[in-house]
Design a protein around this ligand. Structure first.
Ligand code: HEM
Length: 505
């Protein structure tokens, strides 16, 4: 009995305490308005809705049609928000650009890309700002891009010779355009006579695969054991050791030949590695420019520059084959502009008005990065919804580019829609964002566009194109496949028919 009397006040206090906790919880939740989103399973969150044969960016577009342009999802243990309207994209990429300037780290980039100390995956901070500045002012500036014109022209001409040798037979353009871009990026980044080039290109292929892939450890970050069970940790560490050793050797080779040539002027640099080594020697940086920073930056050029440009060229050719009227117009323009000279050169590119529209329309329908990945830095709001720090952000530029509320006949390839349009790539309207926007907008845009114009202009100038037997413009497969940059579901195979003029010798 005595025991019961004693426990009554304890019980009441306990109940009052619970009530108080409930009030605090309720107040907190009333103040917190999460973005709407599909129902979640315990543990998995929304992962089950993203699994299956349909591509992730397609599923997320479909879900966003129900839940709106700021949609909350849960990827295992990781909260994420999908942004799919120009207004919300503007809020994230421009109005609150610092708030969303982080990239969300993934395991592969931590292990392979020097702990995210590179430009593409680095977290916003002094180190990243310094590398980004070097990238925009020294590596990918318009002047530097211009200085590598001869390299691009030589390699594209080699490509044209290769196509000529395959005259009348189907060529796998998926493979050959990738090889072309890889060679251009490689020569621009590390030079021509690098003895480890072949091995580096093979390893970089693997890196592009893992960086664009999906890892269970990324969605269940607290289950560290997953890394060892799946063998992923050792695979990534091996990849990193191999790449690191090759890049270290390449840097040493460059140092040795630099010592012999005694060149130290940045304007004389033959490739981007030369530029970086010269900058390192000048010192004078707030954050030391270490060999790891240089290696990360060189890897970035390959990872960000190869797939993006080659996949866009491939989609542009596929769209032109599907739309013979647009192909005819583009070919007539290219042949008219370069006909007198008898060869394609970059000096005439400002006259390629229609080809520029073709590229813009291709990037609207097939942006190589369908969703721009960012991460929220501090608690904030978008469209009135609360977003917590460390939330993964996907700006769904593929969905925005195909939104029927924004574009007439949104799925139709129609380069003419951009005639007299004020829509540019700089994100001013936020409905066309193939290069992203704000603090982390693609610094390789000039190089990417000029390389695209060059390869397309050469292909259209020197060749007529036929589809292989049994394929017609109507049944040409335009499905997308799984992978890093949006790739085609099936390789693009086309038949080049050399046509006059043919200044290949
Ligand atoms: C058609 C060609 C290309 C497209 C469509 C493209 C697209 C993109 C996109 C969407 C981003 C993310 C932007 C953001 O977060 O807002 C990006 C970042 C980046 N791109 Fe490109 N890119 C292309 C070519 C290139 C080339 C040729 C290079 C260099 C060789 C390059 C280097 C980079 C780098 C270094 C970043 C990271 C920027 C940062 O995080 O600050 N890109 N690109």
């Amino acid at each position: 009995m005595e025991h019961q009397i004693l426990s009554f006040p304890v019980l009441v206090s306990f109940l009052l305490f619970i009530l108080m906790l409930l009030r605090i919880w309720k107040k907190h939740n009333n103040d917190y308005t999460p973005p709407p989103g599909p129902w979640k399973l315990p543990f998995l969150g929304n992962l089950h809705q993203l699994a299956g044969s349909s591509l992730t960016h397609h599923r997320l577009r479909d879900l966003a049609r129900t839940y709106g342009p700021v949609m909350g999802i849960q990827l295992g243990q990781v909260p994420a928000v999908v942004i799919s309207s120009p207004e919300a994209a503007k809020e994230v990429l421009k109005i609150q650009e610092v708030q969303f300037a982080d990239r969300s780290p993934v395991l592969a980039t931590e292990k392979v890309l020097y702990n995210g100390n590179d430009i593409v995956f680095g977290l916003y901070g002094d180190q990243w700002r310094q590398m980004r500045k070097i990238c925009t002012l020294e590596l990918l500036s318009a002047k530097r891009v211009q200085s590598f014109k001869a390299v691009r022209e030589e390699e594209v001409l080699n490509f044209v010779r290769f196509l000529d040798s395959k005259s009348g037979t189907p060529v796998n353009l998926t493979h050959s355009l990738f090889a072309l871009t890889n060679t251009i990026i490689s020569r621009t980044s590390i030079g021509k006579n690098c003895k480890n080039q072949e091995t580096l290109l093979r390893i970089i292929d693997d890196i592009i695969g893992v960086v664009g892939g999906f890892s269970p450890a990324d969605v269940f970050p607290s289950f560290k054991f997953l890394l060892s069970i799946t063998g992923e940790k050792s695979r990534l560490e091996l990849l990193h050791r191999e790449t690191d050793q090759i890049l270290e050797d390449i840097i040493n080779e460059h140092r040795a030949s630099k010592a012999l040539s005694k060149k130290s002027d940045l304007s004389e640099a033959d490739n981007l590695l030369d530029v970086l080594v010269n900058l390192q020697d000048c010192g004078n940086f707030q954050v030391p420019l270490t060999n790891d920073c240089i290696k990360g930056a060189i890897l970035d050029m390959f990872i960000a520059g190869t797939d993006t440009s080659s996949k866009t060229a491939e989609w542009a050719m596929a769209e032109l084959m599907k739309n013979p009227r647009a192909m005819k117009k583009a070919q007539e323009e290219v042949r008219h502009v370069f006909g007198k000279k008898g060869k394609v050169d970059e000096a005439g590119f400002q006259e390629l008005k229609y080809l520029k529209l073709v590229i813009k329309e291709t990037l609207r329908l097939h942006p190589p990065a369908p969703m721009i990945q960012r991460q929220c830095r501090e608690k904030t709001q978008v469209n009135g919804y609360d977003i917590n720090p460390k939330t993964k952000i996907f700006v769904h530029i593929w969905a925005i580019g195909r939104d029927p509320n924004i574009w007439t006949e949104a799925d139709k390839f129609c380069p003419e829609r951009f005639i007299d349009s004020t829509i540019d790539y700089k994100g001013s309207n936020f409905e066309l964002l193939p290069f992203g926007a704000g603090k982390r907008i693609c610094p390789g845009m000039t190089l990417g566009l000029v390389s695209l114009e060059l390869s397309l202009a050469q292909m259209l100038y020197h060749f007529d194109w036929k589809l292989p037997d049994g394929v017609t413009p109507d049944n040409l497969d335009m499905s997308e496949g799984f992978g890093g940059a949006i790739k085609r579901g099936v390789d693009l195979k086309l038949i080049p028919i050399p046509c006059s003029p043919m200044p290949i010798q």
